[in-house]
Design a protein around this ligand. Sequence first.
Ligand code: NIG
Ligand code: FE
Length: 408
Amino acid sequence: MSLLITNIGELFTNDSHARSLPASAAVVLDGERIAWVGAAADAPAADERIDADGAAVLPGFVDSHAHLMFAGDRAAEFGARMAGEPYTGGGIRTTVGATRAASDEELRGNARRLVREALRQGSTTIEIKSGYGLNVPDEARSLRIASEFTAETTFLGAHVVPAEFRDRPDDYVALVCGPMLALAAPHARWVDAFVERGAFDEDQARAILSCGKERGLGVRVHGNQLAPGPGVRLAVELGAASVDHCTHLSDADLAALTSTRVECMCHDGWDTTVATLLPGAEFSTRSPYPDARRLIDAGATVALATDCNPGSSYTSSMSFCIALAVREMRMTPAEAVRAATLGGARALRRDDIGVIRPGARADLLILDAPSHLHLAYRPGVPLIRTVIEAGRAVFTTDSSSTPDGVPQ
Ligand code: NIG
Ligand code: FE
């Protein structure tokens, strides 16, 4: 089935090769792919049609960092933080207890709820990490269930050292590298480690990430979130696709991010390690935000993601992260939208998403607004009118242009 979206007020393509588009643009989708992009007046015929009525159209958001495999919440911990308690990451163990105690159906139900919540808000791709099981069976089942929802699954057995290994962290590293990875790897595309005081040090993280690499997983790192440290350096050394948080960066970290090209299965075979910024975490832990302007001006590739998790950032809203990035991190609205779409795609080493061009996956958003600026200009307002995922309108608030069979 083909679908024509016409009368688009602003088409935000992220396509550097595209010719500049006229005021009223159109897109044709054919099955799961984008087939044609151009002036509305030249649009070819299609089986069905959506009139965007002058609204902005952009690629679906790519949320490249989310922790959705958990049970319970930590609202009380948030309340205590807002009353002055610091965030240390120690609450992760609370969620580990709740996750281990949950049934498969509870874990699946919670993940499904959050994936749907994210989709309604425009996230047509979402990465999902394990990391609240922290033993062999619970890490393996977290990833098995996560892979029911996304191809972008990440093994985060190296989230923190669980309580039962508190006095023998090296035994835990050995467990992660051996039996845990053996059962987790078949369900994972990526391996991740939290490199931070109180979590894993440089050598422990290097060991785990290298084991993951040997099993064919791509590398991602949680680094430099709470303090300066070796996370960024290690990520670049190991050719990670992304290093996430990047809140405390030295000049040497910045130089590593901008000057080191790492091998990848992507466009020309080489890319840099993407700096993925997660402003929901700074919001929710009342911490200073990362300086996106410094990264962009130095030439780093920046992604924005939600970090959706029950402790440090319980939001699934990419629009909220865009608004924070613009207001608090010195990004322009266009840079923030690009980071939330193309940036996330680069962080996942994907060429087929985060962009509107012929051949790309037909993941698009129609806004209830004439331009991308409104995502930051109207914070907290639900501006996603229609979500199209792989060519299918899966959510819309607009009954006048609802194609048959679209769930409301
Ligand atoms: O990305 N930094 C490590 N992991 C999560 C926090 C998880 C939690 O507090 O439960 C993060 O912020
Ligand atoms: Fe995280």
